[in-house]
Ligand binder design. Structure first.
Ligand code: MG
Length: 391
């Protein structure tokens, strides 16, 4: 069965907004990535999902574009949501109508920790059902509260907690939504409820305790901890050499230093930033500087090397990664690096968007030996540690 996904992300998320700045919760940062970017990735990378429609709020288009930049333009389509959640879902379903899929998963944009297994589970169940609801049993004792005091206990037998993604045969769920709209019903809080109201049988599958819906600030903290625990550390190294030629300055780690010679190269020949760019790309297994900025491309002639470094940082950010530290060693007799070291650290930190204490710049000579000793050029080595979230 051809399966599409509708990701509902048009809400204003007022509760999580407290303490979360002015962003709706689905665009707040979670482990260095907008929540919605993570949610969409679960579906984007799932082999059984053929198309994705995100339902967003009009005001959020720039935020949405930022959150989906990593997936390539047009790979995830979007439609404008409505006043109520139900209206938004209908908008998403209608957007799919021209190439109607056999089935559709409807998922909350604020549940970024949905696993590939759960997506598989609801799709598998849809083979034999019109509608599928992932749910968990209620394990805590349930009580009512009255004026801040505990009141009577509620029987929790047969009570379950409904999650998403909920899966449906496409035509029946669209018909159910249209019927609800025709009858002026807009009080449903999820789609399984609408399916049931319309007479569809809703099969249950096991939900996942980790598939939490981010609602309050505390939920963000819990989700952040879960993501951190599942991530991994990466290390990359890079090295570079440029030869001296005629000139009056060199650029090292983004800092211009007056000198009686210049480094030759296609760009500004900043060996420090070139080595560091390769170290960062190495940490995420994403090629090298020459692959992304071919030296025979006239576009990069004389280019300031901060664009190469910023691009590597952006690639890490697109993966939801974080740079823990970088360490650059410049190998030369001249010019003296010491007086410029702090400026280099600050410049490098600024390009990467990290604290200066995470940036080390060191210098060494080769005791007059070799090409650096003969002042024929400058060499640089770099290493970088990068944290990546679980995929
Ligand atoms: Mg180079």
């Amino acid at each position: 069965m051809d399966i599409a996904a509708v990701i509902v992300a048009a809400g204003r998320g007022l509760r999580a907004k407290q303490g979360g700045g002015d962003l709706p919760k689905q665009y707040r940062t979670l482990a260095n990535q907008p929540v919605l970017q993570r949610t969409l990735r679960a579906f984007f990378e799932h082999p059984r999902i053929s198309q994705i429609v995100a339902v967003i709020h009009d005001d959020d288009l720039p935020l949405f574009q930022n959150a989906t930049e990593a997936y390539g333009e047009g790979s995830i389509s979007w439609v404008k949501g409505g006043e109520m959640r139900q209206d938004s879902v209908v908008a998403g379903l209608e957007a799919l109508q021209s190439q109607a899929p056999g089935g559709v998963l409807i998922h909350d944009g604020a549940r970024p920790l949905v696993s590939p297994n759960l997506i598989d589970r609801v799709i598998d169940a849809l083979e034999h059902a019109e509608a599928v609801l992932p749910a968990l049993p209620v394990t805590d004792t349930l009580r009512r509260s009255e004026n801040g005091m505990a009141a009577e206990t509620v029987d929790r037998t047969n009570l379950i907690r409904a999650q998403t993604p909920q899966a449906f045969r496409f035509e029946p769920i669209l018909a159910a939504h249209n019927a609800a709209r025709t009858e002026g019903r807009n009080d449903f809080t999820d789609d399984a409820q609408i399916a049931q109201w319309a007479g569809l049988d809703v099969a249950l599958v096991a939900g996942e305790p980790t598939n939490i819906k981010l609602t309050n600030t505390e939920d963000f903290e819990v989700a952040e901890r879960m993501i951190q625990a599942g991530g991994e550390w990466r290390t990359g190294t890079g090295s570079d050499v440029h030869r001296f030629g005629d000139g009056d300055h060199v650029t090292l780690c983004g800092v211009r230093i007056d000198h009686d010679r210049s480094l030759l190269g296609h760009s500004d020949a900043d060996v420090g930033l070139h080595a560091l760019t390769d170290a960062l790309l190495g940490a995420i297994g994403d090629g090298d500087i020459g692959a992304h900025f071919p030296p025979n491309d006239p576009k990069w002639s004389g280019a300031a090397s901060d664009i190469f470094l910023a691009d590597a940082a952006k690639r890490i950010a697109a993966r939801g990664g974080r740079i823990a530290n970088v360490d650059v060693t410049l190998i030369c007799e001249q010019p003296k690096i010491g007086p410029h070291r702090d400026a280099m650290r600050e410049r490098t930190a600024a390009i990467l968007g990290i604290d200066v204490e995470r940036v080390s710049v060191k210098a060494t000579t080769t005791e007059g030996l070799g090409f650096t000793g003969r002042a024929e050029g400058i060499a640089a080595q770099a290493s970088a540690s990068v944290w990546l979230p679980p995929r």
